[in-house]
Every structure is written in C-alpha cells, then in structure tokens.
Design a protein around this ligand. Structure first.
Ligand SMILES: Nc1ncnc2c1ncn2[C@@H]1O[C@H](COP(=O)(O)OP(=O)(O)OP(=O)(O)O)[C@@H](O)[C@H]1O
Ligand SMILES: [Mg+2]
Length: 495
C-alpha cells in the first residue's frame, strides 16, 4: 500500500436505503428512536394542505439532542453507545426510514441545558457530497413549540418529512380520507403489535392525528393499543404454553410454544392478514417484536393445520450467525444451525418441537371435526350484524343453496299488537314487532341492531323455516314461543 484516501459516500447512497420499508415499518423505526430517547409520548401527525396530504411529523418528549448529538444522528452509521435496552443498533434507522418515504427530512430537537437545534437532509441526487443543512435556532424553536398536545417538560424531538412518497396525488376528499383511514389503521395495528410488550410495560403512549393546516384544525386523536399475539384468554390445550429449551454454546435458547384456542375471533389472533398467515416463530429483541410469525424458519413449514401454533423466541444475546435482524427490523434471518437447534429443544416433561406441532395440529383437526358433526342450518341474511353472520357461518355448517333468513322490525297491526314475531316462510323473513324493539346503548338503531336477541331467535327458530310445510310440532312450538316472548317483552317494558 501507498497510504490511504478518504472516500466520502455520494448522497445517492441515500436513495438505496430502506427499500424494504413500508410506511408502517418506517414509522416504527422513528418510534424506536423515541423509545430509546426515553420518551413517554409519541405523536404521529399527518399534515394536510389545500386538501392534499403533504407531510408527516413524528414528535416525542424524549431527552432530545444537543448540536453534537444531532450531527451524529444525521450521519449514516453514526455511532453512539447503546444501552442494554436500546432498540437502535445500526446507526441508519432514521435516515433509511425517512428517505424510503420522503425527499426531505428535518430533525429538530432540544436537550436539557442546550439550545434547540435542527438539521435537514435532502435526498437530491443533483447535489453532490454529503452535506447536511443547518436549521436556524428560531425555526427549530418554533417547530418544537407548536401545539403538539403531548406532555412536555422542555426536551424532545420533532422529525418532519416533506414531499412524502406514496401519499395520494390528489385533493379529492374521499380518496384522501380513505387513504388516511387505511394508513392509520395499518400503522395502529403494526405498532400495537410490534411494540405490544413495551406498551404493556407502560413505557410509551403513541397516538396519531391529522392536521389541516389551512383550516388550522386538528382531527380526533387515535391511540395505539397493544395487540398481544399471545393474548388468548385460555390456551387451546391444557399444559400450554410450554417452554422448550435448547443450548447454543453457553446460551440457553427458549422456545415458548403456544396453542391458540380454535376458531378464535380475537383481533390478537387474526392480526392483520388472517390467522393462518401468522403461525410460526415470533422473534423478539429487547421486547420489540421483529417478526410476527409467517413462517417456521426451517423448523417446520406453514400449513393450514398448524394455524393455532405460535412460538415466542427472545433473541437477545444470541449470535447473529444464529439469528440476525434485517436493517429495517421487520424480519429476521436465521442461520443454518437454527433448525437443528430448535429440533434439539426439549421441555421439562421431555416433549419436543415435533410433539408440540402435532398437539397443535391435533387440536385444529378436532375442532374441525366437531364443526362437521353439527347439523347444517339455513344461513342468516339481512338484519344480522356482519360479525355475527361471520361467526354463525364459521361455527355452523350452512345450507348454502338456501335463501337466507332475514330479520326485520315492523309495526304490527292492531290485531297482532301483542305478538312478538311473525314467521313468513315463503320469503324467509322473521318479522319482529317494532313495539318491542330494544333501545341500543349507542342510541343508534340500524337495521342490524339487537344482535343478542336476533342470534337467540335464530338459534331457536331456524327450524321453523326448514322443510316443505310446518309440522304440528313446529306450529305448537311457534305458539309457545310467541306466548312466552311477548309476555317477556311486556315484562321488560314494565307493562
Ligand atoms: N427521537 C430521537 N430523540 C433523541 N435522539 C434521537 C432520536 N432519533 C434519533 N436520535 C439519535 O440519532 C441516532 C441515529 O438514529 P438512527 O435511527 O439513525 O440509528 P440508531 O437508532 O442508532 O440505530 P438503528 O439503525 O438500529 O435505528 C440515535 O442513535 C440517537 O442518538
Ligand atoms: Mg434507530
């Protein structure tokens, strides 16, 4: 060699960063930074101007940054000392997340005992070199002191994205509203899931809103609630969750194996894309979920029968040759020894991964079998809330070719004033007496109201709609139900 030269990266390097990010994973990276900064509150705010979505803010009340710190923060691969709990690790998160979604990122921050500081980076390939713009103290101050409405004790950080990619290029109100609603739901679900342990520990509160700059209006605030992918009430099988242990050198690796109850409709089970897609391994690092199942990383393969199986693995301290996270922290990569390590894991009772998987499969099959043994019924139709319809269709085999049963409220004529219902077998309608219609708690009375009453009536009376004609027994039953239900309704009404 004949000496060294320093080769500064070109700013084009920014373009390639964070290509695997979606809006929700990019925001997760910024929220990670806020958590590392000890923030108790984070606000994600969409900015709307002249009808169009223009930018986005992530604001926290963490410890903030001094001028020296913020320069490191804006540096690609900028290094700091990471503490035990820190989510940060590569020194690229902020830059990669920001430039995957925006052309311009501005960071404004104030730390205790320091003046407010600000820096701006632009992913603009016309400029050469790796320069960062200094923001005036006055601007930093004004951005930091906007009305963010989060608890504030003098320190914190604002990350601002301008010229965001992927926002709809329109001021059409419906489309913008739809985009906001969808994005917010995705972000709330994603953050609630990956940060569920940290939220449950009470370390952070995250909320989202939209500001309309022209109208000087901030919309209602949505809060991120934790979504625990292991949050069932009772496990699908007794004896679970079960811990299987393996040894990687001196390090214990624990596989916490769960079996969900069959056909759960909890959002914690269905998550975002349906339960089947979320079987498998859930890797956590420093309490943050990196990967929400999706596959078995060589330990097994995804299959319908294994949809109740989810395994919790904490990877803290494990060598990256065994498991490594991707820079976006949205996946892990397992090494070649991982599958055999898992296969060597055993529980206190001597059972193995294979035993666990067959327990989960057996549980799933048993629940299917029970379902098939149930007698097929006429499907519920109009008048039933969509969720109720779905549950009924999930739980009971349906006579698919039959016209569904409708339930509707109507004013009964004088002669039938006291009747509770009327069966119309030809059109498959169960008419319900408007006079006895219960008031809903929300005060709204849509046509899909009174789910509890309707589901009971459905279970009780579905039979009255089957068959060519009404048998003597059915007729007698209908009279009996009529008598009892209308008396009950009158008792409830205090008549
Ligand atoms: N909201 C914030 N409050 C205080 N400091 C921050 C904030 N965001 C970023 N920083 C500082 O900027 C540095 C760089 O952040 P960046 O996300 O790029 O990397 P990292 O968090 O260190 O590692 P990783 O690439 O794993 O995210 C952080 O280490 C932190 O010191
Ligand atoms: Mg980071």
């Amino acid at each position: 060699m004949d000496g060294t030269v320093e080769l500064l990266p070109d700013r084009r390097a920014l373009d390639g960063l964070g290509r695997n990010h979606s809006l929700r994973t990019a925001l997760a990276d910024l929220v990670d930074n806020s958590i590392d900064a000890g923030a108790s509150h984070v606000l994600i705010r969409f900015i709307r101007k002249a009808g169009r979505l223009r930018g986005l803010y992530v604001v926290d009340n963490g410890r903030g940054m001094s001028a020296a710190r913020i320069d490191v923060a804006m540096t690609l691969g900028g290094r700091r000392d990471y503490a035990e709990k820190d989510l940060g690790s590569f020194g690229i998160g902020l830059k990669a997340a920001s430039f995957s979604k925006a052309k311009l990122v501005t960071v404004l921050s104030v730390a205790a005992g320091h003046a407010p500081v600000g820096r701006r980076l632009e992913a603009d390939s016309n400029k050469r070199g790796f320069h960062c713009d200094l923001v005036t103290e006055a601007f930093a101050k004004s951005e930091l002191s906007r009305d963010w409405d989060i608890p504030w004790s003098g320190t914190g950080t604002v990350v601002r994205w301008d010229e965001v990619f992927g926002f709809p290029a329109t001021d059409d109100t419906d489309r913008v509203e739809e985009f906001i609603a969808r994005s917010m739901a995705e972000i709330i679900n994603h953050l609630g899931l990956i940060l569920h342990r940290i939220i449950e520990q009470g370390r952070i509160e995250i909320s989202l809103d939209v500001e309309d700059v022209d109208q000087n209006l901030v919309g209602p605030r949505s809060r991120v609630n934790s979504i625990d992918p292991f949050g069932y009430v009772k496990p699908g099988k007794a004896g679970y969750p079960k811990e299987l242990r393996a040894q990687q050198g001196d390090l214990p690796v624990v596989f916490r194996c769960h079996i969900w109850p069959a056909r759960s409709r909890m959002p914690e089970f269905s998550l975002i894309t349906g339960a089947e897609k979320h079987q498998g391994l859930y890797f956590y690092r420093r309490s943050r979920l990196l990967q929400a199942g999706g596959n078995w990383d060589g330990v097994s393969v995804p299959a319908r029968e294994r949809q109740l199986a989810r395994v919790e693995v904490d990877i803290d301290g494990l060598p990256t040759a065994l498991v490594a996270m991707n820079p976006e922290k949205s996946r892990v990569q397992v090494g070649p020894d991982f599958a055999s390590l898992a296969a060597s894991a055993v529980a206190d009772d001597g059972s193995t991964f294979a035993d666990y998987l067959s327990d989960a499969e057996e549980r799933f099959r048993a629940s299917r079998k029970r379902l098939r043994a149930r007698k097929a019924m006429i499907p519920p139709g109009r008048g039933f809330a969509p969720l109720l319809k779905r549950v009924i269709r999930d739980e009971i085999p349906m006579q698919g070719q039959q016209i569904p049963i409708t339930m509707r409220w109507i004013r009964f004529d004088r002669a039938h004033r006291d009747d509770f219902f009327r069966v119309d077998r030809t059109d498959r309608v169960l008419w319900l007496n408007e006079r006895f219609r219960p008031l809903s708690k929300s005060g709204r009375r849509g046509s899909n109201d009174a789910a509890l009453l309707k589901s009971l009536l459905y279970l009780l009376m579905e039979q009255a709609f089957t068959g060519e004609y009404l048998g003597v027994r059915d007729r007698d039953n209908i009279e009996l139900w009529q008598e009892i239900l209308s008396t009950a309704a009158k008792v409830d009404a205090g008549e």
